[in-house]
Design a binder for this molecule. Structure first.
Ligand SMILES: [Zn+2]
Length: 238
């Protein structure tokens, strides 16, 4: 792998695991309406599937991230430290499912809507596993980490990415309040460094330009004002 450009080797891996997870989920979900037309029963079956998918594919993302971190270990001078999901993490998933599965009961195309939400819940959890493992490793090892924005990232992720290797604190090291869950549908990843040289990707340079221009325009550091300006300056969708 290219240790100075570590995002190039982890991005396709997490993307492909997430894609497989969603395909798997969708093919299993297709048979549920044949098994039962009862929305309460459907909801239980879907919830169980989401839990199982997150458990197994989440483990795959964690394992892949650990291998990727091991490949950088000599360059970074940091030992990979695995991040373990806690009870609060599964509570968050349960809360999202309780909310997002409501269309099952109230809407004509409710089942498809619920399936769609289910895919987002799973993908969010999978990408967050990579972020949490990488941030946790850097925090434990006394290094720093940077968020790498995915193409089409929202203004908030663009803002976070624009900070580069600014992150060193425990509160953002996977699982802390501000690191736990920023928003839905995030496919951002995290890279880390300590002593070895690590470049920032083109998307971060772009994020920094958007941030700088937005700040010049509004002359404010108020996040809401800044985010609004960044959406305009960077032509960001959300
Ligand atoms: Zn994001």
């Amino acid at each position: 792998m290219d240790v100075q450009r570590p995002w190039t080797s982890i991005t396709p891996v997490v993307d492909s695991i997430a894609r497989k997870a969603i395909e798997d989920l969708n093919s299993r979900a297709r048979v549920i309406p044949d098994l039962t037309a009862d929305p309460y029963r459907q909801k239980e079956l879907l919830r169980q599937m989401v839990r199982e998918t997150i458990d197994s594919y989440g483990m795959a993302v964690s394992d892949a991230t650990m291998v990727w971190l091991e490949e950088q270990e000599d360059h970074m001078g940091m030992r990979p430290v695995e991040w373990k999901p806690r009870r609060v993490d599964s509570h968050q998933v349960e809360a999202r499912m309780a909310h997002d599965f409501a269309p099952l009961f109230f809407e004509e195309q409710g089942y498809n809507r619920a399936l769609n939400s289910m895919g987002f819940i799973v993908a969010d959890e999978l990408y967050s596993r990579q972020r949490k493992n990488a941030a946790h490793t850097a925090w434990k090892g006394g290094g720093s980490w940077a968020r790498v924005a995915h193409p089409g990232a929202c203004a908030f992720c663009t803002l976070l990415a624009s900070r580069g290797f600014d992150y060193t604190s425990r509160s953002t090291a996977g699982g802390g309040y501000s690191g736990a869950h920023f928003h839905d549908h995030c496919r951002c990843l995290v890279i880390c460094r300590k002593r070895g040289h690590v470049e920032l990707p083109e998307s971060t340079i772009r994020a920094q330009k958007i941030y700088k221009k937005a700040q010049e325009e509004v002359g404010s550091t108020d996040p809401d004002v800044l985010l609004k300006a960044m959406r305009q300056v960077g032509d960001l969708s959300k």
